[in-house]
Write a protein that binds this ligand. Sequence first.
Ligand code: GAR
Length: 206
Amino acid sequence: MPVERLRIGVLCSGRGSNLQAILDAARDPSYPARVAVVISDNPHAYAIQRAREHGVPAELILPASFPDRIQHDLAVAQRLEEHGVGLVALAGYMRIVSPQFIRRFPGRIMNIHPALLPSFPGLHAQKQAVLYGVKVSGVTVHLVDEGVDTGPIILQVPVMVADEDTEESLSARILEHEHRAYPDAIRLFAEGRIRIDGRRVYTKRS
Ligand code: GAR
């Protein structure tokens, strides 16, 4: 009997290149997780097409169809539960999820951020890093708590910032690392190799 892999629900608002990296990792049957559903808030998100090309259900849940942010979040949560997801992965989801959403999936929501948190949270992290003049930025994968980009950090990858870097060139270099970091972090979670103690995340070696 094949072992049931962890079912992931991926939330995306746009291009979906991190979704693609997760879909690609999950093509390997020995990868311990698979994408059960992709949900987007944006009808133009290329992520929807990527999911469908992989035969993964993709659903559009438009914020404008709901009276407020919480009702929208609860509709998304309900669909994720109906797909039996054990992990929610935010992958370029350009919305701040409400506490009501987070409480439905305690300790089971991950986000990827294109900077070394706690530096440069929020939007345009790569631009913030270039304008600030840091010499090192990078990637953070973290669990989501009720703050903005404040949850316990699972892994980080440093990326050097060169003198000639622009927002675009730095974003492209960070993105290459994102595409390895997110599947790696999901693997750690799916294999039960993460232990959380307050802010600290301890990783068991395989
Ligand atoms: C990625 O760089 C991701 O880290 C960033 O949006 C991009 C989405 O790209 N997320 C944030 O800035 C969240 N604050 P993608 O749609 O190609 O995965």
